[in-house]
Unconditional design. Structure first.
Length: 418
């Protein structure tokens, strides 16, 4: 009879165990919450970095408001008639705006670096907490194993009283609750580590973009500053000299258009189609290495400092002073000249209605009516303000133009891919 009572007690205890465990699991919310960093030192460092970011963002907003003011000033100045005062004011406002662009860009870089530092701190904190929770889980599992052995004996051999059994079940429920909470916390910590690492990659990519933009702004500032200095030197700060300069520049452009129209057909008739890259001149070689410092000014570039006097009709390719310049395709030298805008320059006429122009040369190595093959040297690059043949230039570079049937066109449509 005692055995039968023990059996029923065991069954009752088993049912009670299932009931209590069901309550314990049902009571737990299985959706993990984002855990807080409980390391006081790390949390304080994160708060300090966040304050730094907030300050940077406020600075950026203030700088952007100033940038907007300069944009409005530039728009107003652009509506005025061409004069030396207008051009100098435009350049000064653009220089000031670009300086602010650099400041805003630098502040944003600092803010992203602070965000990266926060992510590093978060990863450090979560990894420390995750390791602690792993050790805690091991302890809880060991405790549960002890309860499991104890409860098995009570279910097999009975218990002196139901109160003792339910007390043990209550203890088991508490341990089980600790296990569930620790598992959820560990899961959330692991997820936060993965999210932080993914966000770090995104921030690093953003940092690369910002660094590239900063370099562009710095280069633009150099061009604008150089343009101002060149304009002051060319005009001698005289309105009369400035107007004479503008007249000469426009006359020079008209001369080029007229001469190309007159010589294109005549010179093309003398050309032999002997091209190593492609038929005719549909594909052009680079006259200098664009990998040196890239392209500083593009065809019809909106950032061109003198755009409000005339469009930029080619590519500016930075080069060290005295770099060999080669012909982009086989052709005949139409002329070599020196002008106020282009300085020393060479015009070469090719087949297919194509002509190429090479400007700001420090030295010219060809003569009019000379045949030149693709890749053969025609002169040396220049453009350093104040040097012979520089013309109206902001710094050492080659100005390269392509004309189709006499009309300036984007050289990138013809140059072979690098």
């Amino acid at each position: 009879m005692l055995w039968r009572n023990s059996k029923w007690i065991g069954l009752a205890a088993a049912g009670a165990l299932a009931f209590w465990l069901g309550i314990a699991f049902a009571a737990e919310d299985t959706s993990p919450e984002i855990p807080a960093i409980d390391d006081g030192v790390i949390a304080a460092e994160i708060n300090s970095l966040q304050d730094e970011i907030t300050s940077k963002e406020a600075n950026i907003d203030q700088i952007n408001r100033k940038i907007d003011e300069y944009k409005r000033k530039i728009e107003i100045k652009q509506q005025e008639s061409a004069s030396l005062a207008r051009e100098l004011d435009l350049l000064e406002n653009r220089i000031a705006k670009t300086q602010l662009d650099i400041q805003a860009n630098s502040e944003e870089i600092d803010a992203v670096n602070a965000e990266l530092a926060i992510l590093d701190k978060q990863i450090q904190g979560y990894e420390s907490q995750l390791e602690r929770d792993r050790r805690l889980l091991a302890d809880i599992l060991q405790t549960l194993q002890g309860y499991d052995n104890d409860m098995t004996l009570q279910l097999l051999f009975g218990s002196d009283s139901f109160s003792e059994l339910f007390e043990r079940l209550q203890q088991l429920e508490n341990v089980n609750s600790d296990l569930t909470k620790t598992l959820q916390r560990a899961e959330a910590e692991k997820e936060q580590i993965q999210l932080a690492r993914a966000e770090k990659e995104s921030k690093r990519e953003r940092l690369v973009e910002l660094q590239a933009t900063l370099e562009d702004h710095i280069e633009q500032l150099e061009n604008e500053t150089g343009a101002k200095e060149s304009l002051i030197a060319a005009s001698q700060q005289s309105e009369a000299q400035f107007q004479a300069l503008v007249y000469e520049l426009r006359q020079e452009s008209a001369y080029i258009d007229q001469q190309i129209a007159m010589l294109q057909g005549e010179i093309e008739a003398k050309l032999n189609a002997n091209d190593q890259i492609g038929a005719g001149s549909s594909v052009l070689s680079w006259p200098v290495d664009p990998g040196y410092k890239g392209i500083s000014t593009y065809f019809h570039d909106p950032t061109y400092p003198f755009r409000h006097l005339f469009e930029h009709s080619g590519l500016d390719i930075p080069q060290a002073q005295g770099t060999p310049v080669v012909s982009a395709a086989p052709g005949y030298v139409a002329w070599t000249r020196t002008g106020r805008l282009y300085g020393n320059y060479v015009m070469i006429i090719h087949t297919d209605g194509i002509a190429t122009l090479y400007a700001h040369l420090s030295k010219i190595s060809v003569v009019q009516d000379q045949f030149i093959g693709r890749g053969e040297t025609l002169g040396l690059s220049g453009g350093l303000p104040g040097t012979a043949g520089a013309g109206l230039s902001t710094g050492p570079h080659l100005h390269f133009e392509v004309r189709k049937d006499g009309i300036p066109t984007d050289p990138l449509n013809y140059l072979v891919s690098e």
